[in-house]
Design a protein around this ligand. Structure first.
Ligand SMILES: Cc1cc2nc3c(=O)[nH]c(=O)nc-3n(C[C@H](O)[C@H](O)[C@H](O)COP(=O)(O)OP(=O)(O)OC[C@H]3O[C@@H](n4cnc5c(N)ncnc54)[C@H](O)[C@@H]3O)c2cc1C
Length: 184
């Protein structure tokens, strides 16, 4: 394994034969059989910050009613960090929209995020993940070919997160019931 840390990717092009040529920003060229991209997500908070709202590295800071540090401004979705939790997927966003509709129509409604796993829509290999919010004491990993389950436990053996692939994704309901809520 060769790590190219602290460098950016400038170009991906065809390489020799079936291979792919990756040009890094120091002009180094790496040839590869396969490219996997894992880019991560960062909320863009510059606009909120320039408006004087409180922001953190995880997004625009809001309380459980989705109110920002300005009482007349609310935030939800990928940009919002709700009471310390930034959940960048659709189910928490839908729950936030419902709660905010009530709040804005005069019935303040705090949001609640259950133990809602992320369903990754990869038809070739379904993946379901509920990442633990703290570092687990141990992972229990079982696999049978592409069917894998990885259960994260705290020091008392309680389930705090999981990742499932293939046929194991069927366990998502049972495991979600056992895991702690994202925002209780
Ligand atoms: C590749 C990918 C796959 C995903 N797959 C899943 C999935 O399988 N399941 C799931 O639950 N979630 C998935 N997500 C996450 C999901 O798409 C997001 O959680 C959701 O779209 C967030 O909605 P949002 O409204 O907060 O933000 P966005 O959908 O990002 O909407 C923000 C909008 O604001 C606009 N905007 C930004 N700045 C400005 C500005 N200054 N002025 C005007 N407009 C502006 C943007 O153009 C954009 O249209 C995926 C995300 C990505 C990137």
């Amino acid at each position: 394994m060769r790590l190219a840390l602290g460098r950016g990717l400038e170009r991906i092009a065809l390489g020799t034969g079936e291979r792919v040529a990756l040009t890094l920003d120091d002009h180094d060229v790496i040839e590869a059989d396969l490219v996997l991209l894992a880019t991560g997500l960062t909320p863009r908070t510059a606009l909120a910050a320039s408006a004087g709202l409180e922001v953190t590295a995880s997004g625009i800071a809001v309380d459980r009613t989705l109110q920002t540090s300005h009482p007349a401004i609310f935030a939800l979705g990928d940009a919002a960090c709700v009471d310390g939790v930034n959940a960048m997927y659709v189910q928490p966003l839908q729950a936030s929209a419902k709660a905010l509709a009530k709040t804005l129509t005069g019935n303040p409604m705090p949001v609640h995020f259950g133990a809602w796993p992320v369903m990754v829509k990869t038809p070739l290999l379904p993946v379901v993940a509920y990442p633990p919010r703290v570092t687990p004491a141990r992972w229990r990993i079982e696999s049978d070919g592409a069917d894998m389950s990885a259960l994260a436990e705290d020091k008392d053996g309680r389930l705090i997160g999981f990742a499932l692939t293939g046929g194991c994704v069927r366990r998502k309901v049972e495991l979600s019931r056992a895991a702690p809520a994202l925002l209780g």
